[in-house]
Design a protein around this ligand. Sequence first.
Ligand SMILES: Cc1cc2nc3c(=O)[nH]c(=O)nc-3n(C[C@H](O)[C@H](O)[C@H](O)COP(=O)(O)OP(=O)(O)OC[C@H]3O[C@@H](n4cnc5c(N)ncnc54)[C@H](O)[C@@H]3O)c2cc1C
Length: 250
Amino acid sequence: MTAGDLQTWRRYRVVDRIEESGEAFSLLLAPVEGDLPAHRTGQYVTIAVDLPGGERHLRQYTISSGPGGGSFRVTIKHVAGAAGFGTGQVSGWMHANARPGLTLEVSEPRGELVLDDSDGPLVLISAGIGVTPMAAIVEDVARRQPDREVWLLHADHSHESHALYQTVRRHALTMSRVHTQAWYERGAESAPTLRPARPGFMDLDDIDLPTDATVFLCGPPQFMRQIRTALLAKGIDDRNIHRETIGADS
Ligand SMILES: Cc1cc2nc3c(=O)[nH]c(=O)nc-3n(C[C@H](O)[C@H](O)[C@H](O)COP(=O)(O)OP(=O)(O)OC[C@H]3O[C@@H](n4cnc5c(N)ncnc54)[C@H](O)[C@@H]3O)c2cc1C
């Protein structure tokens, strides 16, 4: 039995495609028949793709939009491959082929990295394509809890590769107690972010976070390890750090 046998598959149609950055694109997916299933903010779906040659591949993609509406948004980084490695099979195929009208087999939403109903301080920390659950959470919080205190901390190669930046910014601007900070390895000085971006890797040393915050952390493995260590050193309880590893080297 394979993982695919345990899933319930439904056909979805790509209803729109949005280029998010040089590397990432969003797809709006709507069921071909019936209603969109309910999902909890932060969950992902598995998408099945039959590649040329007939091999079926399954990959997970976080629903990067909040609940409600008639479609899900997923945001996919086109894995172009590190030196010596090929293009990511499924993200490469989707990059080339996913256009409005294409149908895909999609699982029910799943995953435990979900926003709860509390109203305490919330810290969202991501790197690269790890921004996808944060975009869903920000959309949901902006709609239901616009006065909740939220930190939005993100690291990326550059502003140009920062996926979903405009979407997150639009929601952040409707919230009354939001703190934003981006770190870019290149071009931080000229990035048009809400607060000046900082150069280099994320460094939380002088970022004051409440020790009772609920934290969502998402990114590649090394980033996850470093930031978790920094959060523990700040006195944040490990049980309040919700983690999901996403990234080309995961
Ligand atoms: C819960 C969850 C949520 C996720 N959410 C998202 C999301 O919202 N957005 C998103 O973009 N991704 C997300 N991912 C990652 C996604 O599921 C895929 O892993 C990603 O798109 C890469 O798949 P691929 O088929 O394109 O790459 P693959 O073909 O699986 O390749 C992956 C990596 O391996 C390298 N590689 C290829 N061949 C070799 C080789 N022979 N030896 C060594 N390395 C090699 C590639 O260059 C690439 O870096 C999520 C993953 C999980 C588990």
